[in-house]
Design a protein around this ligand. Structure first.
Ligand SMILES: CC(C)(COP(=O)(O)OP(=O)(O)OC[C@H]1O[C@@H](n2cnc3c(N)ncnc32)[C@H](O)[C@@H]1OP(=O)(O)O)[C@@H](O)C(=O)NCCC(=O)NCCS
Length: 154
């Protein structure tokens, strides 16, 4: 029972336009600099892979990626703070990578804030390697913050 509570099953389904308000609640609670509603609508409109994590019929997380010409770009991975640190983030990224493989991607890329040590630890533990730095990529309280660019062979 405790194992089930620690790592609940992750139900993933495609995001719909009508999900965006619920997705924004998760996004705003998890990030200091959240995406806007318009960004999620744009991602849906251009056909990016947009997924929501469902638990008890509620949205508790989301993932967004593009898969084009053999490259997967993971653009957003996010869980509501109430559901972090239970193994769900790892499952979410695993599922996104499986979907990318099914779509014939051979490499996955993502950017992460240098200060986001939890996410960096997760990606490194999944085999991602640092391949570069984008200077001043993100807004930050102190101005701008660098992004680490990570890649994984699929
Ligand atoms: C990053 C995020 C998706 C991770 O999801 P999570 O469910 O909290 O992570 P998990 O429980 O699956 O942890 C998996 C691994 O990540 C690492 N990790 C996660 N949070 C960590 C933290 N705060 N400090 C150190 N390591 C951490 C650990 O290596 C952990 O491995 P373990 O289970 O062997 O200890 C989630 O914390 C989140 O949504 N954060 C806010 C949004 C965000 O920063 N997204 C990433 C943008 S690039």
């Amino acid at each position: 029972m405790s194992a089930l509570l620690k790592a609940p099953l992750l139900l993933l389904r495609p995001m719909r336009k009508s999900d965006v308000d619920g997705v924004m609640e998760v996004e705003s609670s998890a990030y200091a600099y959240p995406w806007t509603t318009g960004i999620f609508h744009d991602c849906l409109r251009v056909g990016y892979g947009c997924w929501v994590c469902i638990l008890d019929e509620r949205i508790i997380g989301h993932g967004v990626m593009s898969v084009v010409a053999g490259e997967c770009h993971i653009l957003n991975v996010c869980l509501h703070p109430d559901w972090q640190h239970r193994g769900l983030g790892r499952k979410l990224v695993d599922r996104l990578l499986d979907i990318a493989r099914q779509r014939h991607a051979d490499t996955a890329f993502l950017e992460v804030r240098e200060s986001n040590l939890g996410a960096l630890a997760l990606y490194r533990s999944m085999g991602f390697n640092e391949i570069g730095t984008r200077r001043g990529y993100y807004p930050a309280d102190s101005g701008r913050e660098n992004a680490q660019v990570l890649a994984l062979n699929l």
